[in-house]
Design a binder for this molecule. Structure first.
Ligand SMILES: [Zn+2]
Length: 209
């Protein structure tokens, strides 16, 4: 089965609202199978159809080692309970993460691959993943939920995210590569994603003391 390319921010399809699935046919089953392989390959928790360029309300989630890769067709959240802050990333933002506000638990409904109507109560990672993936289907990205004082940071970097005194500077120039802290950016260098994040004013640079 082919591994599909995963679109990265700021690809415009990530901002489009996906349309409800009307028929569960062989094409949709192929898409489910290919998205499942793609998610496995990427070792992610969830993948929404927008992320592979298909504007259908479909996502694949595997929220724990015991879970299968489940397909959620036309998923909807019907109840949210509580709030919590969690560190979150996204396959469309490789190597970035940030603190976002999510529900403690949710109730959701969706169709499974056979068209069966399912209603589930979810908590922990499944709840978070369903909120994240259903957001994708509505053109919403996790960066839209970053806490006000919080910015996106590279994985593995001490973020000091509860330290309000941390110095934050956001670069808007895209022709000034030398200005970046080499300690933070040596691994992948400055790429298109970084530039897009800077332009969107969501990249945090934690300065040394
Ligand atoms: Zn995502």
């Amino acid at each position: 089965m082919p591994i599909l390319p995963i679109l990265t921010f700021p690809n415009s399809l990530l901002r489009k609202k996906a349309k409800p699935v009307k028929i569960i046919d062989d094409d949709l089953k192929d898409l489910i199978s290919n998205m499942t392989d793609t998610l496995k390959h990427a070792q992610g928790v969830g993948l929404a159809a927008n992320q592979v360029g298909v504007l259908k309300r479909l996502c694949i989630i595997k929220a724990s080692p015991e879970d299968n890769y489940n397909a959620y067709i036309n998923p909807e959240i019907i109840k949210k309970t509580g709030t919590r802050f969690v560190n979150e990333g996204c396959l469309s933002f490789p190597e970035y993460n940030g603190i976002v506000k999510r529900s403690v638990s949710i109730t959701a409904r969706y169709l499974d691959e056979t068209g069966g109507k399912i209603k589930i109560a979810a908590e922990e990672l499944l709840s978070q993943a369903l909120e994240h993936e259903i957001d994708h289907l509505n053109g919403i990205l996790f960066i839209d939920h970053l806490k006000e004082h919080e910015k996106l940071h590279k994985n593995g970097i001490e973020d000091g995210h509860h330290n309000h005194d941390v110095k934050i500077s956001v670069k808007v120039e895209n022709n000034n590569k030398e200005k970046f802290d080499s300690k933070l950016y040596t691994k992948i260098g400055i790429d298109d994603l970084n530039l897009a994040l800077e332009k969107a004013d969501i990249l945090k640079e934690v300065k040394g003391k």
